[in-house]
Design a protein around this ligand. Structure first.
Ligand SMILES: O=C(O)CCC(=O)C(=O)O
Length: 362
């Protein structure tokens, strides 16, 4: 079903940006309605810009019961209302976060030939890539990326990961282990908040050893005409949950909230967590996967590490029975994640079109 090759010759956005061009090629120019005008990014003069919730997880692991309840409540509200939040005191070493980000930056700053060794194809997307989707003539995003599988073990192939910088493979392993543990903790919190057993969602994902875990490292080069394009088009994430390590200096991620784009202001050493379509389905839409996109700028390039924490790919995913009632019948028919992700792999990022189209007409 999947394409073996890209429909057009691949152009590396970083090379284009470094060539010093002043006008971006037409294939990156978005229709007017999608461009990042100042009008639709939230900024209220003389006020702190609105930000997604920032939640300190420390309180969950102490003795103070009231604080515990408060933290759980804040996560529940963020999952219902925003689909996005930042977490601090999340248990992942700050040093590890820093070195992962720096080593990936080093990877992208190597000469093109070194990166081309890992050029990817749309059959698995693993490796060095510059587009999502295989529609010929599609308007492209202003970014390159590196995509790799960490879990399940059967899909992990370190030979496909960059060998330079030298410590990158080791750090990818350490980082992924830590981020997966964090994902497990968040799933427990979500299960409890939904009134389910603590291990409900992890079991629905297929269990700790069977989950899918992949990393996409996004590189958004400087852009001479940032008002005309996007680093990543609006989309909701097809998987379970995404754990994003944003750039520590440059913002760019925007989240759709009450009819406007809210620019995320990354908190130092925080991870950004967002709900994917599969958790929307499992929670019978109590929790929402929310559209987001990335804007670029003309001064600084930006790196982000998006870790996708996904259900086992051949399991049927459907609303949890406990969340289906007479008043709120099941909104979605069962589907495997393998079937589900074919859509974004073919069409590229398309807002929330897919999960909305799935609402069953029973
Ligand atoms: O670059 C970011 O901050 C977000 C990346 C993202 O949404 C993705 O990779 O799906």
């Amino acid at each position: 079903m999947t394409c073996q090759t890209w429909p057009e010759p691949v152009v590396r956005v970083q090379s284009l940006a470094e060539s010093g061009l002043r006008l971006i090629p037409e294939c990156y120019i978005k229709p007017k309605s999608q461009r990042p005008t100042k009008m639709n990014s939230t900024f209220v003069p003389n006020h702190d810009p609105i930000n997604i919730p920032i939640i300190d997880l420390q309180g969950l692991y102490g003795e103070d019961q009231t604080l515990r309840e408060e933290v759980l409540g804040r996560v529940a509200e963020a999952c219902r209302e925003w689909g996005f939040f930042q977490v601090v005191n999340h248990g992942v070493s700050h040093e590890l976060m820093k070195s992962a980000r720096e080593l990936w930056r080093e990877f992208f700053n190597q000469p093109l030939e070194e990166k081309e060794v890992y050029a990817n194809s749309p059959s698995t997307y693993e490796g060095y890539g510059s587009r999502l989707g295989v529609k010929k003539g599609a308007i492209l995003d202003w970014s390159d990326y590196f995509f790799l599988h960490y879990k399940p073990l059967s899909l992990r192939n370190q030979a496909k990961w960059p060998s330079i910088p030298q410590s990158l493979r080791k750090v990818i392993g350490e980082y992924s282990e830590e981020v997966i543990k964090l994902g497990g903790r968040i799933l427990k919190i979500m299960s409890k908040n939904l009134g389910l057993k603590e291990d409900h969602l992890i079991k629905a994902f297929g269990g700790e050893n069977e989950i899918g875990g992949c990393l996409r490292v996004n590189f958004y080069p400087k852009c001479p005409q940032p008002d005309l394009t996007l680093g990543l088009s609006s989309h909701s994430d097809p998987g379970g949950m995404t754990i994003i390590l944003p750039d520590d200096f440059v913002s760019g991620l925007q989240v759709w909230r009450e009819n406007e784009w809210v620019t995320v202001k990354p908190f130092p050493n925080a991870f950004i967590i967002n709900i994917g379509d599969q958790i929307q389905v499992m929670s019978n839409a109590i929790y929402k996967s929310v559209e987001h996109r990335v804007i670029v700028n003309s001064n600084k390039d930006r790196v982000s590490l998006a870790f996708f924490y996904n259900p086992k790919s051949d399991l049927l995913i459907e609303p949890s029975k406990e969340l289906v009632t007479k008043e709120k019948p099941s909104l979605y028919s069962p589907m495997t994640y393998d079937e589900y992700r074919l859509y974004i792999r073919t069409h590229g990022p398309c807002g929330k079109a897919q999960v909305e189209s799935l609402i069953s007409k029973k």
